[in-house]
Write a protein of this length. Structure first.
Length: 135
């Protein structure tokens, strides 16, 4: 049985252990201090204060930080100018679709860096936000 478990562990990808000083899991439960999050093959496999870190795991030390799930924004216009951003009133008439697409890509990066992992784009001219989408 142990040999089978070892074989299965070898077949799976590498493990990343994230040490979080405080973990807010988004369920409404109390924050967890000194939590460990294990990630394997792009999926969270274990979370908690008493989760052991497997030997050989890559460790991301966020023990001085608060970790929480990514935010979701269900109404964005990534490929649009914001009020006061240059000649925002006339941008739809003066910019090329390629410029709008680049603006959308920049806004997508800013949104991701701001902690949002999911957005729903509710419209853009000339499919300008389509370049921001990732399957």
């Amino acid at each position: 049985m142990i040999a089978l478990l070892m074989l299965l562990a070898l077949q799976q990808g590498p493990v990343t252990a994230i040490r979080a000083g405080t973990l807010i899991d988004g369920t409404g439960a109390a924050p967890v201090k000194n939590a460990v999050i294990l990630v394997q093959d792009g999926r969270i496999t274990a979370v908690g204060a008493n989760v052991p870190v497997p030997a050989g795991a890559s460790i991301v030390d966020l023990s001085g930080e608060t970790v929480l799930p990514g935010f979701i924004d269900a109404h964005v216009h990534l490929a649009s100018h914001v009020i006061g951003d240059g000649d925002w009133q006339h941008a739809g008439l003066t910019e090329l679709p390629s410029q709008t697409a680049l603006l959308g890509a920049a806004h997508a990066q800013q949104t991701l860096e701001g902690g949002f992992t999911t957005v729903r784009v509710v419209g853009s001219a000339n499919f300008g936000a389509a370049v921001c989408a990732r399957p």
